[in-house]
Design a protein around this ligand. Structure first.
Ligand SMILES: Cc1ncc(COP(=O)(O)O)c(C=O)c1O
Length: 295
């Protein structure tokens, strides 16, 4: 592994993002012969007992990390977070529904564009107006009285706008694209109707998307919903109505175990606050140095 280590760089990309080295090393070590099977995890049946154990353990670990309440399903789907931009209106709204979105950047904009393909009335309840440098004041949001859901992006990966609070949605299901913040600290899942996250930032390989959905929101899908994105179908079939992304699921499980070994989400939250503080302190110091150099 010595040569392997030398290749590691400081990867600050938002995604696909750095994965824990111990996880990569474990994957590397067990790739040709996974658990004495004489095969890699990618070569065994997703319906084999051995893989089902991996899948169930990964779900159990994620539930433990996020303290997911019992009345939520956890789905391991495909098509990334972008697939969910379509799956959410298809599953939670009718073609005639009104749906509410908060636009704080490019990913919210894409989610809104996709929702317009499946719902007659997409109400942008708040829009930072193309500047996308702050969260519009919650009291100024123009929400619909009858929205099927309220969608927002807690952390806008490109512009960098992060919500310092969870919106108060009342009886309307709150839907969050947590692609770039999931597992970065504790999260009160019970405040949400649905949380989704593309895996490639904080969980594992791209393509895999995790959906955590409250059970009462299942069974409402529009007739044209593809079955691989029908939450009720996928919940009933353990996310295996087709062949899941077995490698992604396995790696996600290893990352969940790694996070648990680090002390869970409270520890991750502390670590991330510390990293952010150091980064902002360094950027402030750099600004002072540049200003001093200019003067
Ligand atoms: C907040 C957010 N939403 C959605 C996406 C799109 O995810 P995917 O590429 O998995 O479709 C990204 C970026 O990858 C993102 O950062």
């Amino acid at each position: 592994l010595a040569g392997f280590h030398k290749l590691r760089v400081f990867n600050f990309a938002a995604g696909p993002a750095a994965l824990p080295l111990p996880v990569l090393e474990q994957v590397q070590a067990e790739l040709p012969d996974w658990q004495g099977s004489g095969m890699s995890v990618m070569e065994i049946s997703h319906r084999s007992k051995a893989f089902i154990r991996v899948a169930e353990q990964a779900e159990a670990d994620l539930r433990e990390l996020l303290a997911v309440p019992a009345n939520y399903k956890v789905l391991f789907l495909q098509g990334g977070a972008t697939g969910q931009f379509a799956a959410i209106p298809l599953n939670l709204a009718t073609p005639g529904s009104t749906v509410d979105y908060i636009n704080t950047g490019s990913w919210s904009t894409k989610a809104i564009g996709e929702a317009k393909r499946f719902c007659a009335s997409v109400n942008v309840a708040a829009d930072a107006g193309g500047k996308y440098s702050s969260v519009p004041d919650e009291t100024s949001w123009q929400r619909s009285a009858d929205a099927a859901y309220l969608h927002y992006t807690p952390n806008e990966t490109i512009g960098g706008v992060a919500f310092p609070f969870i919106p108060e949605a009342g009886a309307v299901p709150l839907v969050a694209d947590c692609s770039s913040c999931i597992l970065s600290g504790p999260l009160d899942v019970s405040r949400f109707g649905l949380i989704y996250a593309g895996a490639q930032k904080n969980i594992g390989p791209s393509g895999l998307v995790i959906v955590i959905v409250r059970e009462d929101l299942l069974g409402r899908a529009q007739t044209g919903t593809p079955s691989i994105w029908n939450y009720q179908t996928m919940a009933a079939e353990g996310s295996m109505s087709n062949t899941p992304n077995t490698f992604g699921w396995y790696m996600a499980g290893l990352v969940f175990q790694w996070i648990k070994a680090q002390g869970g989400l409270a520890a991750m939250g502390r670590r991330n606050r510390d990293k952010a503080a150091r980064l902002y302190a360094a950027s402030t110091a750099t600004r002072w140095t540049c200003a001093a150099a200019r003067s």
